[in-house]
Ligand binder design. Sequence first.
Ligand SMILES: Cc1ncc(COP(=O)(O)O)c(C=O)c1O
Length: 392
Amino acid sequence: MTASVAKPGLRPANPNFSSGPCAKRPGWSLDALAKAALGRSHRAKIGKSKLEEAIALTREVLQVPADYRIGIVPASDTGAVEMALWSLLGARGVDMVSWESFGAGWVTDVVKQLKLADVRTFDAPYGQLPDLAKIDFDRDVVFTWNGTTSGVRVPNGDFIPADRDGLTICDATSAAFAQRLDFAKLDVVTFSWQKVLGGEGAHGMLILSPRAVARLESYKPAWPLPKIFRLTSGGKLIEGIFKGETINTPSMLCVEDYIDALHWAKSVGGLDGLVARADANFATLDAFAQTSGWLENLAVDPATRSNTSVCFSIVDPEVAALDKDGQAAFAKGIVSALEKEGVAYDIGAYRDAPSGLRIWAGATVETSDLQALTAWLDWAFAQQKATLKAAA
Ligand SMILES: Cc1ncc(COP(=O)(O)O)c(C=O)c1O
C-alpha cells in the first residue's frame, strides 16, 4: 500500500457502522413510528397489545421455544443482565467466563458487588476465548455469547451440556438476531433493542427457561432487591412481566420502533435472513482484511470471529513498531479521517480494547456499504502512513 491511493469515488450510502446503537434498518425513516401509541397508557389495550406484539414477534423471529418466558425490562441489556444476576445467583457456586470488557463487567458485579463466596473466574486476553472445557455446568455459569469489544464469540453452544444442574446466564446482546443461539443450552438470554436490529436503547429483553423460572420460585437471595429488579412476588414469578405488563413505564416510541425492526426482520427472511446478512457482511470485511496487508482480525481463531462487532488490529510492520500510544494515534487518525469525510462513523476500537478498528457488520448494515467502506479504509490508511513518513 502506497501513499498515493486516490480518494474513492463510491461512498457508503449509510456511513453508520457503530456497535451500538447500531444502524437503523435499510429504508428506515421517522414514518415507521407513525402508529406509535403516544400519549396513551402502556396499560391500556392499545399500549399493552403493542408490548404483546413485540414479545410475540421476538419469539417468532428469534425462534424462542414456546416454554421460555420473554420479558421487556428496564435499563437495556445491562438492566436485563443485572436482574438475572441479582435474582438468580447465590443458590450454588458460580463460574464467571469473560474475554472482553462487558464480560469483565459482569465478573466485577458478582465478585465485588454481590461478593458471592463461591466464584471461579475464567478469563482470556482480547482476541481469545478462555478454555471452555474447564467450566463446570453443575455450577451457575455467566458468559457473553459475542464479546462486542473484542469481536470474539463462542462458535456454538456445543460446550454446554444439555443436562446440567446449574443455570447458564448469557448476555447475547450483540449476537441475538445475527448468530444462532442454542436455547436448549441457555437458561437466561438477554439483549437490547439497540443492537442487531438497530432499535433504540433503554429497554432490555430477558428470556428465561423453565429451569430459570423454577430457580426464581424456589430460591430467595439473601440481599434485598429493588422493585426495578423484582421478578417474583410471594415466591411466584410475576407472569405479567412476560405478557407485556412491564415493571415500569416503557417508551411507546421505542416499542413501535422495535416492532418495526421485527417486521423488517421477517421481510428479509427472519432469523435465517438476518444471519445470512451478517455473515455476508463479515465475509466482505474478512476478504478485505486478508488481502489488505495491514489489517488482521483481533479474534485469533477464525471459528470465533464475530459477524457483528468485527474487530481489527493494524498489523502493518511500521505501525506495529510504534509504541502503544503511537499505534492508538495511528488508528485514531484513520477513524477521524473517515468521520471527517462522512463515510464512516464510530469505527474506533472500544475504549478498553487494544487499539484498532471495530466495524459493525450486523444485519441492518448493507453489504454494499461495507464494500464501499473498504476502499476508504485503504485510502485513510495510506494518508496516515504518509503522515507517519513525513514525521519521521
Ligand atoms: C456484550 C454487551 N453487554 C452489555 C452491553 C450494554 O448494553 P446496554 O447499553 O444496551 O445496556 C453491551 C453494549 O454494547 C454489550 O455489547
